[in-house]
Ligand binder design. Structure first.
Ligand SMILES: Cc1ncc(COP(=O)(O)O)c(C=O)c1O
Length: 429
């Protein structure tokens, strides 16, 4: 963490802010409750985070009101500097959402009609919709079944002389094999845009997401590891020329004022969001470590309960720092939806990210993909289930989640419905 991230806060202040955060958290919520006292477990409880830092947030919002700078302004500049330092890049350009960050990156890469952009099918809609918005064609690649991330071998098969860009998505908080992606891109003069919306702080070989490709797109949507109190996004790059385009395109292509050399969009981050994110960035490393600890604890609990061969647990690949935006298990034999229903009956939140690959979505039918043509995406969309993993989740809450899953599995075994799950094979974990 560099000094610019610390804002006007010294290292000492940062440590005491973190200590006070931990203390507030310990006094709150379900921390004091035993398993039997806990009524419900939310998929994500943002109030816990807010409760612990609300005074700092209030101060930050007041600063913005006092400054009178509500759009862009000093807080946004500071955020751009902070994220550049955090993600180890030279330039950051804040914008209105993660979706816009992808769109702006494609605009800066001059992607347009006649171009193809390779994207994973197993991702959030925004990764591909930005491509079509510019008149280009998304080409869907399949995933590696262990990491859920785009499969470089399938990218190789799908490259044509019209391929202008690849958008690897670091899904659920784990980085794609960017070494393989960059190798493919370099041999074809292809632009790489990392969709790092779910993966701020994730690392491959010690280097952070957003610094590997030509550009990186981030989201500050509230459910993300670094979320604001509304929409927000940002593009990172190490390329001065791309940074200039991004700075131009996100303010209507206007430079100087009221002179437009290119047709841009209005995608500005507001200062309230930036001020809140600047506060929260001080806590990001702590929160990330808590997510990592929660993931480790789930793994241990599932193994102790003998469930690791009944459901498929998520894996951290070699040389990665997984930041666990989601902890996603796989449930075989068409039992995923029943398990989700059982958790819901027990008032335990879970979610399916994503119930369909994009190649199966109605709006992309014109591209002509058969559902099982991307077989790993097809299977994952029918088997994945994400469980609560937010930083403040307590050990007893985790026990409750694991206990409900064990109870479900045991009820099936009693009826001989569930055989042991074979782990997916491609790419060693
Ligand atoms: C992988 C991925 N890409 C892009 C986005 C879009 O970000 P936003 O919601 O900020 O527009 C999201 C957020 O949901 C996402 O998860």
């Amino acid at each position: 963490m560099t000094l610019s991230i610390l804002h006007h806060c010294t290292v000492h202040n940062l440590i005491s802010a973190w200590k006070s955060y931990k203390k507030t958290m310990k006094g709150n919520f379900n921390h004091q409750l035993s398993e039997s006292e806990i009524q419900s477990v939310m998929l994500l409880d943002l109030r816990r985070q807010y409760d612990a830092i609300k005074d700092e947030i209030a101060d930050a919002l007041k600063r913005v009101c006092d400054s009178g700078a509500f759009v862009l302004g000093p807080e946004v500049k500071l955020l751009e500097q902070n994220i550049s330092a955090y993600t180890q890049v030279d330039y950051s350009i804040a914008c209105a959402s993660g979706s816009d960050a992808i769109l702006l990156a494609l605009m800066a890469a001059q992607v347009g009609p006649g171009d193809e952009v390779i994207v994973p099918s197993f991702t959030f809609f925004a990764t591909a919709s930005a491509v079509t918005r510019l008149g280009a064609r998304p080409v869907f690649a399949d995933i590696d079944p262990v990491s859920f991330n785009i499969d470089p071998a399938d990218i190789r098969r799908k490259i044509t002389n019209r391929t202008r860009a690849i958008i690897p998505v670091h899904l659920f908080g784990q980085m794609v094999d960017m070494i393989a992606i960059n190798e493919i891109a370099q041999s074809g003069n292809i632009i790489v845009i990392e969709d790092a919306a779910q993966a701020i702080g994730a690392e491959l070989k010690g280097r952070r997401s957003g610094c590997w490709g030509d550009m990186g797109a981030f989201s500050f949507y509230p459910t993300k590891n670094l979320g604001g109190a509304g929409d927000g996004g940002l593009v990172t790059t190490r390329d001065e020329r791309l940074a200039k385009y991004l700075n131009l395109y996100h303010v209507h292509g206007m430079e100087p004022r009221y002179y437009h050399s290119v047709i841009g969009i209005n995608s500005r981050l507001d200062s309230f969001q930036a001020a809140i994110i600047n506060v929260k960035l001080r806590y990001l490393e702590g929160w990330t470590n808590m997510r990592i600890q929660n993931a480790r604890r789930y793994n241990e609990m599932f193994i102790d309960a003998g469930l690791d061969n009944k459901i498929i647990l998520p894996k951290t690949l070699e040389d990665r720092r997984h930041v666990w935006n989601q902890y996603t298990i796989r449930v075989r034999d068409g039992l995923r939806d029943k398990m989700k229903m059982r958790l819901s009956e027990r008032k335990i939140g879970s979610e399916v990210y994503y119930p369909l690959g994009l190649h199966e979505q109605e709006c992309f039918r014109y591209l002509g993909y058969a559902p099982e043509s991307l077989v790993e995406t097809y299977n994952a969309s029918r088997e994945v289930l994400s469980l609560p993993i937010f930083p403040e989740l307590t050990e007893n809450e985790q026990r409750l989640v694991v206990g409900a899953i064990r109870e479900f599995v045991e009820s099936l075994e009693a009826r001989r419905v569930l055989p042991a799950a074979a782990a997916p094979t491609r790419e060693a974990a």
